[in-house]
Write a protein that binds this ligand. Structure first.
Ligand code: NAD
Length: 244
């Protein structure tokens, strides 16, 4: 594959690489994405409410029980292990060539693979806090709560995941750090994302380096802006590209 050879060369010759990924980076770990044919959007049993409706701030506040019923069975995957993509990126960081992983994912798999410089645009299922007193809770408290809706042992308030819900703003500091690293990158690898969720998707326009790489199973509306497009599985592509 010509494009793969080209990617291999780009990775070998660059030291300012940034990765920008989405749910497709974790499908090879068994976590469904949203928009693939076998993603959460097409497999939803509740046709009246879309995952976007349920994972919204107003729904969380109005119907915490229904929110947590969906969230616990669809968004928490503690059994999932990092796949070839996460491992290849951790190795690229260890080699001093990958500067930052910017992810829209909330599953914590990049950190589990060993990546240290990870910016989580949409937060993490592993961090949770009481909406009233702000006390922090680990994911286990959410999974094993006595009632469907986990509540604070100190003040009785509802515990909310530190996940950016629809209708909520991204953390300003995380966003600024992401924009700063994208604008300093010489190579930006965008992978496993439909690039439809904003403002995250809009961040790639800050890239001013020499090679924009797009790795996605399906076409995206950004394919034409990329210098190198590979329509294959990201784990397979990155592990191949990292081979000596
Ligand atoms: P998306 O579902 O909209 O798009 C995923 C894209 O990845 C699709 O275009 C699909 O073709 C592609 N893809 C799937 N598997 C792939 C693979 N192995 N290799 C290459 N490409 C692959 O996901 P999105 O753009 O990240 O937006 C969805 C939102 O949902 C994000 O905000 C994300 O936080 C959230 N989400 C996160 C997780 C997670 O944390 N793992 C899972 C589902 C959704």
């Amino acid at each position: 594959m010509d494009n793969l050879r080209q990617l291999k060369q780009v990775l070998q010759e660059s030291v300012q690489i940034v990765f920008f990924g989405g749910a497709g980076t974790s499908t090879e770990s068994g976590i469904p994405d949203f928009r693939s044919a076998d993603g959460l959007y097409s497999n939803q049993t509740n046709r009246l409410q879309s995952p976007e409706d349920i994972l919204s701030r107003s729904f969380f506040l109005k119907e915490p029980e229904a929110f947590y019923t969906f969230y616990k069975s669809n968004m928490i995957h503690v059994e999932a292990k990092p796949n070839a993509a996460h491992l290849a990126l951790a190795k690229l960081e260890q080699q001093g060539r990958l500067q930052t992983v910017i992810t829209q994912n909330i599953d914590g798999l990049h950190q589990l693979a060993g990546s240290r410089k990870v910016l989580e645009l949409h937060g993490s299922v592993h961090r949770n806090h009481c909406v009233k007193c702000k006390k922090a809770y680990p994911i286990q408290e959410v999974i094993h709560s006595a009632q469907m809706v986990p509540t604070c042992e100190t003040c009785g308030g509802i515990i909310k995941p530190d996940v950016v819900l629809y209708e909520e703003n991204l953390d300003q500091q995380v966003m600024e750090q992401a924009i700063s690293s994208i604008s300093k990158a010489e190579v930006l690898i965008v992978a496993g994302t439909s690039l439809t969720v904003y403002p995250a998707a809009g961040m790639i326009r800050y890239f001013q380096g020499h090679t924009l790489v797009l790795i996605n199973k399906e076409k995206t509306s950004f394919d034409e802006q990329a210098d190198l497009v590979i329509h294959e599985r990201v784990g397979q592509v990155l592990s191949e590209a990292m081979k000596n």
